[in-house]
Each structure stands twice: as C-alpha cells, then as structure tokens.
Design a protein around this ligand. Structure first.
Ligand SMILES: [Zn+2]
Ligand SMILES: [Zn+2]
Length: 372
C-alpha cells in the first residue's frame, strides 16, 4: 500500500497545516525542472499524488479508512490528470574531446557533459483560491532572481578598457589533460574567465564585482488559465536566473485552496443540497448553487436521499480545451428535528397511511424464515 503520509515525511494523522508545509518544501526540492536529486520526476509525482489525496478532507478520510483500495470504489483516476510536464534537456552543449586526432563526443556518457552557462531555473509556489483556479486570473508574483548587472549592462567591466585574459593567455580556450584507462584525453573548452573572447576588462565593475550579474527582487505578471489545479505548473521561458549564455526558466507551481461548498475532481464539481421530506416525496423545483450562480433543479417525485443529479457542462473548464466538466448535486433529505402541532398531526396521519410497521413485519418474516 502506498503510504502517502511517509511520502510527505509525516506521521498518520498529521494536520492540514503540516501536510501543506511538507508538500511545499518537498515540491520545491523535487520539482523535476530544477531539482538536482536523482529520481526527481518520480518523487515529484508521488509527492503531488500524496498531497492531492491528503489535502482533500473527503479523500483523506477515505484514505485513512480504507487505504489505497478506496480508489477502486471511488473511480478515482489518480495522478496523471491535468498538465504534462515538459522536461528540457538543458545539457545541450557538449565539449569536444580529442584523442589521437580523432574526436570523441560525450565519451563518458551524459553525466560528464559540460553545460552551457545558462542561468538556473527557478521554481516558485503560488497559492490561489478555488474561484481563481476555476475562472483564471492574472497575478503578480515577486521573486528573487539573478539578473544582468544594471550598472555594467552585464559586461562586468567598470569601463571600456580591456587587457589580455591571464587565464588563457588570450587564446580564449582552456586545454585540460585527463589520464584514463584508455589513454590521455585532452579536453578543450571555452575559457571561463573571458568567455572565449581572450580579453577581460582592465577593471571589474564595482557594483557586481565583475560578475556581470546581481541578485534582485523582480515582479512579473502571469496569466493563470481557467481550469488549473494543484500540481500543475506554468513555465515562463527565460524568466529564471540570468547566466552568461541566457536565462533559465521560471516555473510557477500552483496550489489551489479547497472550497467550502464545492468539491473538485479534475474538471467535475460536487455539491450537496438539503431537501425536505415532502419535496422528496412530491417532487419539487429547487435552486442549487453552481459555479456561475443559481440554477433550477427538478426533483422528481419519489426521490431518495443520497440521489445524485448531473448538471451537464456546469463544471470547471478543462485546461487547454474548450469544454467543461459536469456538476453533480447530491440531495440529502432532512428529517425535521422540531415539529409544530400541525405538522405532527399531519405526519401521524401519514404514518397510519404508510403502514410501514407492516412492511417491516414482512421483512422480518422473510429474514427469520431462513433460520427456521
Ligand atoms: Zn556590473
Ligand atoms: Zn581567457
């Protein structure tokens, strides 16, 4: 059985706050686009699934009571709904190894690839309300980012004067020798100090110490599409940390707060409404809450408590599709707790009419016959 609590590093019975807190820090740590951990993608998916179950009071209770198997009778689809993850090969620049005049590319496997000096990706968590997720919204987020230094425009130089690079002697390349079981390899890569230019500034920029980069707070406006859900992320190209060869990406990981009335499952919503005994017996037209205000629901006569009605296309917009989920309304027949004299009289007449005790008598007779 999958132990969702231990995936989040928690004990069974952890509070909502603890679950949220654990999820946020783990999601940040294992987000596959920024994480350096092995198996980050697999772990991230497990963490998201655990959170989706444990953050939903109903699913959590089912899980606490029945464990994994609750999925079977709930028709739960598990993880995989919503957005796909796009992983990019950020190690797209290899250095060339030369050996005996022949060229070897990437002989040590992908782990040894030299990476281009692109800035790191950034992952930011964003919590939005249920309504914001349903209808979409524009949000401003603030985050810390490494940017090109304003003062030297990223050059790292105090002024335009230059001198020959002392690291590569002006050649612009670094040559390194490596002794291996196959012989001596010579690897050649771009000089990191001068970025291959062969020249460096005579004086470093006093603002960034010659790095050409500074850390600063940035705000950015992002459009959150209608239908987004917890665990989805938005990728903003080149809004991550700046590097010498371009910027990384910004990933905004979405958390949706639960709603008091509506429960959500993918693009479907669930709500419960109370109806009276007479409405259930006689049939009625009742007002029900939907995401877009009230709607009329016709309840046929003889409706039982717990009956679920479907309101087509009254659910949540499907992310990246032009279609909507459904709303399911469960009617709960409420038994009055206090009776007026008149109601009591009416119900007593009804009771005589229904002859329920007789019906139960035949039921008992059927049961006890079996034991005879
Ligand atoms: Zn500078
Ligand atoms: Zn150099």
């Amino acid at each position: 059985m999958t132990d969702y609590y231990s995936i989040l590093g928690l004990q069974k019975g952890a509070s909502v706050d603890e679950i949220k807190k654990a999820y946020k820090s783990l999601a940040k740590k294992y987000h596959p686009d920024v994480s350096q951990e092995p198996d980050a993608e697999k772990k991230f998916k497990e963490i998201v699934e655990a959170y989706q179950i444990l953050s939903d009071p109903e699913k959590k209770q089912n899980y606490d009571n029945y464990g994994d198997s609750y999925k079977n009778f709930q028709g739960h689809q598990g993880f995989g709904q919503g957005m796909d993850f796009d992983f990019e090969d950020i190690f797209n620049q290899f250095s060339d190894f030369s050996f005996g005049g022949m060229e070897f590319r990437d002989i040590f496997g992908s782990k040894k690839r030299a990476r281009k000096d692109t800035g790191q990706n950034i992952s930011v968590n964003l919590t939005i309300s249920f309504e914001e997720a349903v209808f979409g919204i524009e949000k401003e987020i603030e985050y810390e980012r490494i940017e090109a230094c304003d003062y030297c425009k990223g050059t790292g130089a105090q002024d335009s004067k230059e001198k020959v690079c002392d690291s590569c002697g002006g050649k612009g390349v670094e040559i390194r020798q490596q002794r291996t079981p196959f012989g001596i390899f010579q690897s050649q890569s771009t000089c990191r100090k001068c970025s291959g230019l062969g020249k460096i500034p005579e004086k470093s920029c006093s603002h960034c110490g010659g790095q050409g980069l500074t850390k600063s707070n940035t705000t950015i406006k992002i459009k959150i599409p209608a239908g987004i859900n917890t665990g989805n992320h938005l990728r903003l190209k080149e809004k991550g940390h700046a590097g010498k060869d371009g910027s990384g990406d910004l990933y905004v990981v979405i958390f949706v707060e639960p709603h008091d009335i509506f429960k959500r499952d993918d693009s479907d919503v669930y709500a419960e409404i109370p109806i009276s005994f007479s409405e259930s017996a006689l049939g009625a037209k009742v007002e029900v809450p939907t995401l877009n205000g009230k709607a009329d629901l016709k309840i046929p006569s003889g409706t039982q408590s717990g009956t679920i009605f479907r309101l087509r296309n009254k659910g949540i917009k499907r992310l990246n599709f032009d279609s909507y989920g459904d709303e399911y309304v469960k009617v709960i027949v409420e038994t009055p707790k206090k009776l007026s004299r008149k109601t009591r009289d009416l119900l007593e007449q009804l009771e005589k009419e229904e002859k329920m005790s007789k019906k139960r008598k035949t039921l008992f007779e059927k049961i006890f016959k079996k034991f005879e």
